[in-house]
Ligand binder design. Structure first.
Ligand code: SAM
Length: 318
């Protein structure tokens, strides 16, 4: 499978403190001087595009807290040959920024939202922000983003009572509600290992409430999701089964974290770092060759064998 999709983390900082994501360690964040600056990110992104990347997704941490993020979106969008620029966000700042992001050239938005209850939102994220995220979703639709996706993690005993409510959202709004299987990544999320709610369990809840799901084409940017729709729905329902399913064979992505480290696989350690080359002003051709080398290593990693047992989602961005 050719590698044409880069997930690009802009920062490891976040404006939420999710119970299963934010590092437990006090010094879990990278020093500021290690984080790539705008010009460095844009230059690295351009080199990735020359190495074959067609789609870039900005993530984090929370990408929208990156200073002057609109300017960065413009810089990356202007890279010749880039076909699609997408963003994954917790949605807190989307209400303010959705229109400007669209104008800056962003093509697509995914919003992470695990609950429709104000109280549970506060319990999961440590912040009373459900109204803001909802406003962010509405403003994204109003700004003209199509195929807005809601990424939902269901955890047993925390929000598994909301599966049917989320599925119902896909009937009422033109969004794709994607249920993503949780997996233990860092020390904090390992504490929730037993809370894993599988795709099969989620699907059963939906079908008990609404009847059999009908498979539909995934559309653009479907990635590893299997996509369905409720009868007469405006939107769709997707399942991403990273834990119970296995999709290494169709994986077309690499990741670069906010310090310039390249991860050929979510479950591998970083194998390359661009930061020194960027700061020592290596020429662009050298950056492209270096990135192509990192792509070659990808085929060596398979989920189970590669696992480091520790993934910092807060810096890598999922
Ligand atoms: N702040 C942005 C957001 O909230 O979408 C981007 C970064 S966040 C780390 C990206 C996604 O990773 C979120 O949808 C979050 O739910 C997911 N995530 C974090 N920890 C996870 C885990 N252990 N298993 C599965 N998904 C996880």
């Amino acid at each position: 499978m050719g590698i044409d999709y880069l997930r690009l983390s802009l920062t490891d900082r976040c404006n939420l403190n999710c119970i299963y994501c934010t590092p437990l360690e006090k010094n879990g964040f990278l020093p500021h001087e290690d984080l790539l600056r705008h010009e460095e990110i844009a230059r690295a992104a351009a080199a990735f595009v020359r190495a074959g990347i067609k789609k870039i997704r900005l993530t984090g941490g929370e990408p929208l807290i990156k200073k002057n993020v609109l300017e960065l979106v413009r810089l990356v969008r202007a890279i010749p040959g880039l076909q699609e620029l997408a963003l994954t966000t917790n949605g807190l700042l989307l209400g303010e920024l959705a229109g400007d992001l669209r104008e800056a050239g962003l093509d697509r938005v995914n919003i992470s939202l695990d609950t429709l209850s104000r109280k549970t939102f506060r319990e999961i994220t440590g912040y009373d922000g459900l109204d803001k995220v909802w406003d962010g979703m509405m403003k994204s639709l109003a700004a003209g983003f199509t195929e807005v996706k809601l990424n939902v993690i269901i955890l047993k005993g925390i929000n598994d009572g909301e599966v049917a409510d989320f599925a119902g959202l896909s009937a009422a709004y033109p969004v794709t509600v994607r249920f993503i299987e949780f997996f233990p990544a860092n020390k904090r999320s390992s504490g929730f290992s037993r809370a894993l709610f599988t795709t099969a369990e989620t699907r059963k809840k939906i079908e008990d409430a609404f009847g059999p799901l009908v498979r539909v084409p995934a559309g653009n940017g479907g990635g590893p999701a299997r996509v369905y729709a409720l009868a007469g729905a405006k939107g769709k329902i997707g399942f991403i089964s990273g834990r119970s399913g296995y999709f290494c064979g169709s994986c077309n992505r690499v990741r670069m974290d906010c310090a310039g480290r390249i991860y050929p696989c979510l479950f591998s350690p970083p194998t390359h770092s661009l930061r020194e080359s960027l700061r020592e002003s290596a020429d662009d051709d050298a950056l492209v060759d270096y990135i192509k080398n990192a792509f070659l290593i990808k085929s060596e990693y398979k989920k189970d064998s590669a696992s480091t047992g520790h993934i910092e989602m807060s810096s890598l961005g999922g």
